[in-house]
Design a protein around this ligand. Structure first.
Ligand code: DMJ
Length: 645
């Protein structure tokens, strides 16, 4: 190495660059190759020296921190360093030496602790490595399950308050006694088993079943969800029929899979009558807490639907976001009478079981609001706007869009052990207006219930309307002015008309709607009203009429319907609706509706059972045929009822 080589480093011989000129040629001009080599040599020697100096410096680190990066080790050490500095200043008193010793001991013990921890971890790792792959997998799974369980416990529902179980009467077999009836009942049970087994095999967990395609099915009332509607809807029927293995299977699915935190926009009404009603009935019949817990979880998800300017709920709610809206087809953004008016039974039970007044208050608020409104001709229109609180189109129906509103007025009274007289009065007034404006006799002598449309009576009756026969019979006892006989008679007449609507078809199954016009009696006219989708209403009315009269014709009519269903709707993958009941060669709609298992087969089974099974004095069936016990509240006041009533 020579000194001239250092010259360029000083920069003195590097000429100033004019702007834009490259520096490279100047270097080439000013440094020769040998100089560059010497320069590099010196640079590398310098770097080596620096590194060496760094490594040979005295090791101060142990006076600063342990190199473990652990806070619990570091923090005491920093503290002890401060103390050391402090005490060395006090050294003249001889305290410094003593502290030094103490700190060294502390450091020693910390080191020992860390060493021990490391050794333990090493030992554990060695043990793990000795295990087989399967053993390790199993251990990981156990850990995972534990974490999930812990999380569930943490986020899970608050425990519900203990509430006395209402008196449950008639949860028994209901053997009808005579062999012929028993045989019929066994056949209905077999049909239920076929419907359930098919769903179990091809549609398990889906909402419904496509029995021809043999796969799951769902509609917009359940949103884009897989909430096992058929399982929940069928549970109590399985229980009543003594199909206990199937019931257990359903219960297990619900326990493991039924989850309402789904991004699904569902119908508040349908979810209430099928899911909450189904779960509550399963809870009361079986006593299994899981059903009550799930019903309450779901009910909480429905509550945001009531956040409207009037408190009249939206038709649909997104279970995840709580955002609600109405059906696009409903008159001017209206909510539907049969939807917001069919919540009372389930919501009163929810308040009873949870102690949460919200449910009771919501439905009572609806009732109060309706009571204050003007009613055209005393009739309730099917549409009500939840923003303005004003009626939409003046259409009134005891069938679709109106039906179960009237049913729930009567059943509110019945389920309260006949103490809710306000509900009874509202029912009586409504029925009186219906009789005056909607019920007529055809030329052929058939009593029918028409539809009221802007002051005009449409002489058409829906299959759905046929439930009203049973409702009139059920409400006969307790009707004003001693009109019990009249209402029982009205129930019988409706049952007869609806039977005619079945009997006048080729398949002996009833159409969706039938006319009483231009010489037509109880027959469908339009092609799109000729279908039968396994609906229950006619059989429901037969059952109520049977319970109140014991007239054998109701069992006979029920048996005719059961045979027709088995003959024309049964397929290898379950039961399907048919598109035309007037055709001897019907095509299938390929849907096994969940209400077929919840209602149609249940009412048939009850029709061929003794009255001891679920007596009507003790049980009230919701509109989806889920039995809920009468609440003999006695001195108990429902929370929220003090302020509302
Ligand atoms: C059922 O879901 C209920 O009975 C509801 O009230 C109206 N209709 C269907 C079955 O037809």
């Amino acid at each position: 190495m020579t000194t001239p080589a250092l010259l360029p480093l000083s920069g003195r011989r590097i000429p100033t660059l004019s702007p834009g000129a490259s520096s490279f040629p100047h270097h080439r001009a000013t440094l020769r190759l040998s100089e560059k080599f010497i320069l590099l040599l010196i640079l590398s020697a310098f770097i080596t020296l620096c590194f060496g100096a760094f490594f040979f410096l005295p090791d101060n680190s142990k006076h600063k921190r342990f190199d473990f990066g652990l806070e619990d080790v570091l923090i005491p050490h920093i503290e002890s360093e401060k103390e050391a500095r402090h005490s060395s200043r006090q050294g003249i008193h001889g305290v410094g030496a003593h502290d030094e010793h103490r700190h060294r001991e502390e450091e020693e013990s910390l080191r020992d602790k860390i060493r021990a921890d490391h050794e333990r971890a090493l030992q554990e790792a060695k043990e793990k490595l000795r295990k087989s792959k399967e053993e390790l997998k199993a251990e990981i799974q156990t850990e995972k399950t534990k974490v999930v369980e812990d999380l569930k416990k943490k986020d899970g529902p608050k425990p519900l308050p203990p509430v006395p179980m209402p008196k449950l009467v008639g949860v028994k077999d209901g053997d009808p006694g005579d062999p012929d009836t028993k045989e019929k009942r066994d056949k209905i049970r077999e049909m239920m088993k076929h419907a359930w087994d098919s769903y179990r095999q091809y549609g398990w967990g889906h909402n419904e079943l496509k029995p021809i395609a043999k796969k799951g099915h769902s509609t917009n009332i359940f949103g884009n969800s897989q909430m096992g509607a058929t399982i929940v809807d069928a549970l109590d029927t399985l229980y009543i029929m003594g199909l206990h293995d199937e019931f257990k299977d359903g219960q297990e699915w619900i326990k493991q899979n039924l989850d309402f935190s789904v991004n699904a926009e569902v119908s508040v009404f349908e979810v209430n009558i099928r899911f909450i009603g189904g779960l509550l009935a399963a809870y009361y019949l079986s006593g299994q807490e899981v059903f009550k817990v799930k019903a309450v979880q779901l009910a909480e998800k429905l509550l945001p639907a009531f956040n409207t300017p009037t408190g009249i709920p939206w038709a649909m709610v997104n279970l995840k976001s709580g955002v609600g809206r109405n059906w696009g087809w409903a008159s001017a953004g209206s909510s539907i009478l049969a939807e917001f008016g069919t919540l009372h039974m389930e919501f009163v039970h929810l308040t009873y079981l949870t102690g949460n007044p919200a449910y009771y208050q919501k439905v009572m608020h609806i009732r109060k609001l309706l009571a204050k409104m003007d009613r055209p001709n005393g009739l309730y229109p099917n549409y009500l706007n939840p923003r303005t609180g004003r009626w939409g189109q003046h259409h009134t129906s005891v069938g679709g869009l109106g039906d179960s509103f009237y049913e729930y007025l009567l059943k509110a009274w019945l389920m309260s052990d006949k103490t809710d007289t306000e509900a009874r009065k509202t029912y009586d007034d409504a029925i009186e207006a219906i009789e005056r404006h909607l019920i007529r006799k055809s030329n052929g002598g058939l009593t029918f219930i028409g539809e009221w449309k802007n002051g005009h009576l449409e002489r058409k009756m829906g299959h759905l309307t046929c439930f009203a026969g049973g409702m009139f019979a059920l409400g006969a006892d307790g009707s004003p002015d001693d009109k019990a006989g009249h209402y029982l008679q009205l129930g019988a007449e409706i049952a007869h008309t609806c039977h005619e609507s079945y009997d006048r078809t080729v398949l002996k199954l009833g159409p969706e709607a039938f006319k009483f016009d231009s010489g037509l009696e109880a027959v469908a006219v339009r092609q799109n009203e000729k279908y039968y989708i396994l609906r229950p209403e006619v059989i429901e009315t037969y059952w109520y009429m049977w319970r109140f009269t014991h007239d054998p014709k109701y069992r006979q009519w029920g048996w005719e319907a059961a045979q027709a269903i088995d003959k024309y709707c049964r397929v290898s993958g379950g039961f399907s609706g048919v598109k035309d009941v007037y055709s001897s060669n019907p095509t299938y709609d390929d849907v096994q509706q969940s209400f077929f298992l919840a209602e149609t087969l249940k009412y048939l089974y009850l029709l061929f059972s003794s009255d001891e099974l679920l007596p009507l004095e003790n049980w009230v069936f919701n509109t989806e045929a889920h039995p809920l016990p009468v609440l003999h509240l006695g001195n108990i006041t429902l929370p929220g009822s003090e302020t509302q009533r």
